[in-house]
Ligand binder design. Structure first.
Ligand SMILES: Nc1ncnc2c1ncn2[C@@H]1O[C@H](COP(=O)(O)OP(=O)(O)OP(=O)(O)O)[C@@H](O)[C@H]1O
Length: 508
């Protein structure tokens, strides 16, 4: 049988960056094929070429053994290729049905078309056990449900090859499991799936074959059954990955942050945070575990000055943080000046200014700290500082003039972490630091955070990844429904108990 997809000698460069070099591999029909590699290895570029979004500089793509010119995404869709992007392509205030019909033949003006489309959608939902109401509005849906709409859209358009770019980065464990159920059903129908993910356990759990890319080239193509997570990690990074990073013994110092009875209500009076109390000391990492959407983001926003609490207070080094309504806009800056650094969980929204250069992004927010004599910027100094930072944090490519939006997600994250670390904070607030980040970079980021802790910085970490919580935390708090439902030291780490606390099952 001809492979569903075959890449032959695909190359693509962006200026001096060789994103793909002579990439060749084939994917069997009806297979779930994993595509792995470090951030910037060229996975998304290759998939964008298959999806007609980029044009290759050289090489050919064969679908079912036939050479195809895929000049646009419309052409890719016509050829039966569907793509679910990391950032969903849905119109928020429209219904599921309208989103699915958008851009398909016939449009959605005729009532008969709509009725027919709704019937077809309901049939697809039943066949693939996709729990989605066609008449629901997108902004009322959870992230997991929005992703199911994206998949629904592709099935509606008769996709035979489905590309998923890091689909589980924003999903809970349960949502991930139901996504995998859908993918297995998709495979049973003889369809082909290409899965990009940084989570090697997922590769082991669901794929049949894997291609490993490094620096734009294919460095391995294996059957999943004949490999291991360690072997894949080694191929990806070119060295073994250290799972147990060294750390100094736990000797917490003086309290840095004391949160007392913190509350937050939204404008409709709905409680988002209720009676949050905890202390964070110098030289310790406290991790907040929990399913996203249980108040962790709001807590980080308050502690970084992006949002005002509606009750309670937080003391930083023994003094109340100055939450003043008339000064709300200037708070993040004030907090930074006090020594509170922040790695926001949504790096594209809050962590970088996408259209500015890497160099600008290495000091944004700290511009007052790096001004030279007479309050002027010394750009020679800034350029040297930036070059040192790109080298130390292994940002790839180390080009200070590139718009940061063009760096891969993991490399953007390295810049954000580097900027905050270099500010020499006393308190570091870190939200989902390794979301969408490759394993080599996870190791580097974890090493940086542990070094800060060992140097006496207090770190508050919010992460949905329990492995990350276990690897970094000294103490763990669990949040559910805007409350802290439990606390434990890391040596009492217990996945089942944390799972129960995450579901608000009991208070300890
Ligand atoms: N439009 C663009 N202009 C300039 N450089 C680009 C562009 N798109 C990608 N690149 C560069 O090409 C290289 C490959 O990027 P790509 O996004 O394909 O990697 P990736 O393996 O998908 O990474 P990640 O896992 O972080 O998503 C990177 O160095 C990236 O900075």
């Amino acid at each position: 049988m001809q492979p569903a997809v075959e890449f032959r000698g695909i190359s693509k460069h962006f200026g001096a960056v060789k994103a793909n070099t002579d990439v060749s591999f084939a994917i069997a029909k009806g297979a779930i094929h994993g595509l792995v590699g470090e951030n910037g290895a060229g996975k998304s570029t290759l998939m964008s070429i298959l999806y007609g979004y980029y044009h290759a500089d050289g090489g050919t793509i064969l679908l079912d053994g036939r050479e195809c010119q895929i000049r646009s995404s419309q052409e890719a869709i016509r050829l039966g290729i569907g793509m679910v992007h990391q950032h969903f392509m849905l119109v928020d205030n429209m219904t599921v049905l309208d989103n699915v019909m958008l851009g398909t033949e016939g449009g959605f003006r005729l009532a008969s078309h709509r009725a027919e489309a709704e019937k077809k959608l309901r049939e697809i939902c039943a066949r693939y056990r996709l729990d989605v109401d066609p008449l629901a509005t997108i902004h009322d849906l959870s992230v997991g449900a929005q992703q199911r709409v994206e998949i629904l859209k592709q099935i509606y358009r008769s996709a035979n090859i489905l590309i998923l770019d890091e689909p589980t980065a924003v999903l809970t464990a349960q949502e991930t499991e139901s996504l995998f159920e859908i993918l297995r059903l998709f495979k049973e129908q003889g369809k082909t799936i290409i899965l990009i993910t940084h989570k090697l356990q997922e590769i082991m759990d669901i794929t049949d074959t894997v291609t490993v890319m490094r620096a734009g080239r294919v460095v391995g193509a294996v059957q999943t059954a004949g490999t291991s997570k360690e072997a894949l990690a080694n191929m990806m990074v070119g060295r073994p990955i250290e799972n147990n990073l060294p750390r100094a013994p736990y000797q917490p110092g003086a309290p840095v942050l004391e949160v007392k009875g913190l509350q937050l209500k939204d404008s409709a009076g709905v409680s988002l945070l209720e009676d949050i109390n905890f202390t964070l000391r110098a030289g310790e990492i406290v991790a907040i575990a929990g399913v996203s959407g249980n108040g962790q983001s709001e807590l980080m926003e308050i502690l970084s000055g992006m949002r005002l609490p509606t009750g309670g207070h937080a003391d930083f080094e023994g003094k109340p943080l100055p939450y003043k309504r008339h000064d709300a806009d200037g708070l993040p800056r004030k907090f930074r000046d006090l020594g509170i650094a922040h790695v926001p969980e949504d790096r594209l929204r809050d962590g970088v200014v996408k259209n500015f250069s890497v160099m600008h992004n290495t000091f944004f927010g700290y511009q007052d700290h790096i001004k030279g004599r007479w309050g002027l910027f010394d750009f020679k100094h800034i350029a040297e500082r930036c070059a040192g930072l790109l080298k130390e944090f292994d940002v790839r490519p180390p080009n200070p003039d590139l718009r940061i939006g063009l760096l891969s997600g993991g490399n953007q994250q390295k810049v954000v972490i580097a900027r905050e670390v270099l500010a020499k904070p006393k308190l570091m607030l870190v939200g989902q630091p390794t979301r969408g980040v490759d394993i080599g970079t996870i190791e580097a980021i974890h090493t940086q955070l542990l070094a800060l802790r060992d140097a006496g910085v207090a770190i508050l970490l919010v992460s949905v990844e329990l492995e990350e919580v276990r690897a970094l935390a000294d103490r763990i708090l669990v949040m559910c429904g805007g409350r802290i439902t439990g606390e434990m030291p890391v040596n009492e780490f217990d996945t089942t108990r944390i799972g129960l606390l995450m579901g608000g099952m009991h208070k300890s």
